[in-house]
Ligand binder design. Structure first.
Ligand code: PLP
Length: 483
């Protein structure tokens, strides 16, 4: 790696700041602060401001990011994050407040949160919303705790959750965390839930169904109304994994499809920068019959003032030590207000249009296992390249050499050698064309000289890593070159 540690760049005497002249009497810190908190030596690097800026800018360039290039990572909705969101999150009234400040001093912030709750209710067709969960997966956990509390309150004996085999990995993981057993249902040849398989698994101990719609194949399940009715017929609840809301926003609503609980991924659909594990926000919305179970504290408006209350009597308790991942919520609020109702609808329209445009061209080069109108993403299979000894992983690595982030690969599990492509609405036709050309060139390389693909990537800061070791035993030590 080319970039040294900031400590190795340090030169004694360099400074990145100048303090104004002291205009208060000088005191000895030892008179005011217990000695155990004071240090004589503090090992801090000394650099000028421009050296600091260049160091971090060079580091940032070792990674691919949205501000550098196309990022069609399926299911992750890597859309461009408008800079106006950042401006709003930097307003001192938002950026400089503390979660424990008295209510009277943060009325504006509480109003913003409360309005965001109502916007999200309107977008999803739900009655109440909590902004607490800090990610989609934590939203799932919260929603399932609500489901469990509801069944306990009603003395329902429930032990199982049904999840389609195309479901996201966090779905079964969240079920296990609250102690539910996962029952998988098969997909039918059109990529939707196999209704016969579902009916055969629908027993009175089913607590609910957890489903993404459109699902991870990017396909809308037309049976969703019937599915919801079936689950309700055994007093189960229907949970909507809202990670794919970008496909339907403004056109239809989970609340209208029969869902009882919804989580959203604000960092996906509502455009806040994400990746590398954070930051995020996963608000959870419920229909009125589940409102009493929402996490406390809640924000309430009494006609004059916003208050933070514990009004939910059957609450599952707080799931975060504050009202939410606040500055992510500010960004999402800015995004919604800037775009408005028609704007949000347009966003979905273009996300779907872009995906279908790409799917129609790429299906000539790669296998398309479910050939029907898609929503915001689609899944190809790299299986046909197998005859040249090439795997989807090789295609993904080669794409990096063209300056693109790879699609999501090997997911969903029901497609062999899967490549899941989500262009989002923010990319131009030119960018989509360039990306498709790269995928076509790679398919040609596979036939002519597969070794190029096997060696890829060659233009990235690091070459091909051992994926399992890199994830499970990352070597994050910095080794100084011997002098
Ligand atoms: C991203 C995603 C999740 C998990 O959300 P996080 O915010 O990453 O925790 C769940 N389901 C689907 C379909 C997703 O794409």
């Amino acid at each position: 790696m080319a970039e040294p540690l900031i400590f190795d760049l340090s030169k004694d005497g360099r400074r990145g700041y100048t303090l104004p002249e002291l205009d208060v009497p000088e005191v000895d810190p030892a008179d005011h602060i217990p000695a155990r908190f004071l240090r004589k030596e503090l090992n801090m690097p000394s650099l000028s401001e421009v050296e600091v800026v260049r160091h971090f800018t060079r580091l940032s360039r070792l990674n691919h990011s949205l501000d550098v290039g196309f990022y069609p990572l399926g299911s992750c909705t890597m859309k461009y994050n408008p800079k106006v969101n950042e401006d709003m999150a930097r307003l001192p009234g938002f950026a400089h407040i503390h979660p424990l400040q008295p209510e009277d001093t943060v009325q504006g912030a509480l109003k913003m949160l409360s309005k965001l709750e109502s916007y999200l209710c309107e977008i999803t067709g739900m009655d109440s919303m909590t902004l607490q969960p800090a990610a989609g997966a934590q939203g799932e956990l919260t929603g399932l705790l609500i489901m469990q509390a509801y069944h306990r309150k009603n003395n329902n004996h429930k032990t199982k959750i049904i999840i389609p085999d195309s479901g996201h990995g966090t779905n079964p993981a969240s079920c296990s965390m609250v102690g539910y057993e996962v029952v998988n249902v098969k997909s039918d040849p059109r990529g939707g839930v196999d209704m016969e398989d579902l009916k055969s698994k629908l027993t009175p101990d089913v607590a609910g169904l957890m489903i993404t719609n459109p699902n991870t194949l990017g396909l809308f399940d037309e049976n969703i109304g019937e599915l919801a009715n079936l689950i309700h017929s055994v007093d189960g609840l229907v949970y909507y994994d809202g990670a794919n809301l970008n496909a339907i926003m403004g056109w239809t609503r989970p609340g209208d499809m029969g869902f009882d609980i919804v989580h959203l991924n604000l960092h996906k659909t509502f455009s806040t920068p994400h990746g590398g594990g954070g930051p995020g926000a996963g608000p959870v919305g419920v229909k009125s019959h589940l409102e009493a179970y929402l996490p406390n504290p809640r924000i309430q408006f009494d006609g004059k003032k916003y208050k933070v209350t514990t009004k939910c009597r059957e609450s599952v308790g707080p799931v975060l030590a504050s009202l939410g991942n606040f500055l992510v919520l500010v960004r999402a609020f800015a995004y919604i207000t800037v775009n408005g109702r028609e704007g949000l609808k347009d966003i979905s329209t273009h996300a779907v249009l872009n995906a279908n445009y790409m799917m129609q061209r790429l299906k000539k080069t790669y296998k398309l296992p479910y050939d029907r109108f898609c929503k915001h993403e689609f899944v190809l299979s790299g299986k046909t390249l197998g005859e040249f000894g090439v795997k989807t992983l090789d295609v993904a690595k080669r794409l990096l050499d063209f300056g693109f982030h790879a699609p999501t690969v090997y997911f969903p599990l029901i497609v062999e050698e899967a490549m899941m492509i989500e262009p989002t609405e923010t990319e131009s036709k030119g960018t989509l064309d360039c990306f498709m050309e790269a995928l076509e060139m790679i398919a040609a390389e596979a036939k002519e000289n597969a070794e190029i693909l096997k060696q890829a990537p060659v233009k990235t800061p690091v070459r091909r890593l051992d994926e399992a070791t890199a994830a499970r035993k990352p070597d994050i030590n910095y080794y100084r070159k011997p002098e």
